[in-house]
Design a protein around this ligand. Structure first.
Ligand code: GLN
Length: 196
């Protein structure tokens, strides 16, 4: 794999977990991103899990919301896990959207209280035919999808991952497992984008 730098938006949430996963991939330099120069330095970006409202607030305070949206629209590969998926959604049920770049609507905390955290196994179309360990923590699900996005994973009848051009969103947290499949796939997308 040729050298690439993958950023992790580092205001709040599963930052360390993503950095640890990325640092196990050959050719990948992980980098924390909080500022505009850091955003400009990375070849691709992960939006971690956490609290989407908090992360959105900090994106606005650091004046990174617009530059980030622009880099995504310019083609930079981006992957949002859980809260990150919510940040990417065009529509959030009952709330205003944040980045609003992916053509689907999400329902926050969709699984309710009793089963707000659980693990499942399912294949992810285009990423892994073998079922992957999926960890859900107060997760959203994808309620409905527009024409531009494609559902690539379903669990118990609900869409939990989608792809659209350079963007990937997952309701679950591969960074909380030992399985590097999704991180490796994302790194390959970034390599192709950087050395195209
Ligand atoms: N419940 C959080 C939110 O709505 C997401 C949880 C997570 O990222 N694990 O932002």
């Amino acid at each position: 794999m040729k050298p690439i730098t993958i950023g992790v938006l580092s205001y709040q949430g599963t930052v360390i977990e993503h950095i640890k996963a990325l640092s196990q991939l050959e050719g990948v330099t992980p980098m924390e991103v909080k500022t505009l120069p850091a955003l400009q330095a990375v070849d691709g970006l992960i939006l971690p899990g956490g609290e989407s409202t908090t992360i959105a607030k900090l994106l606005n305070i650091f004046e990174l919301m617009e530059p980030l949206r622009q880099r995504i629209l310019d083609g930079m590969p981006v992957w949002g896990t859980c809260a990150g998926e919510i940040l990417l959604a065009k529509e959030i049920i009952g709330e205003e959207p944040h980045l609003g770049v992916m053509d689907f609507s999400v329902r926050r905390n969709a699984y309710g209280r009793q089963i707000d955290s659980f693990t499942q196994y399912a294949p992810i179309t285009g990423i892994s035919e073998t079922p992957v360990e999926l960890v859900f923590i107060r997760a959203p699900w994808i309620e409905s999808v527009g024409e531009k996005a494609q559902v690539i994973c379903q669990v118990n009848g609900h869409a939990v991952a989608a792809k659209q051009d350079n963007m990937l969103a997952t309701s679950f947290h591969p960074e909380f497992t030992q399985d590097l499949t999704v991180h490796r796939w994302f790194a390959q997308q970034i390599e192709q984008y950087k050395y195209r």
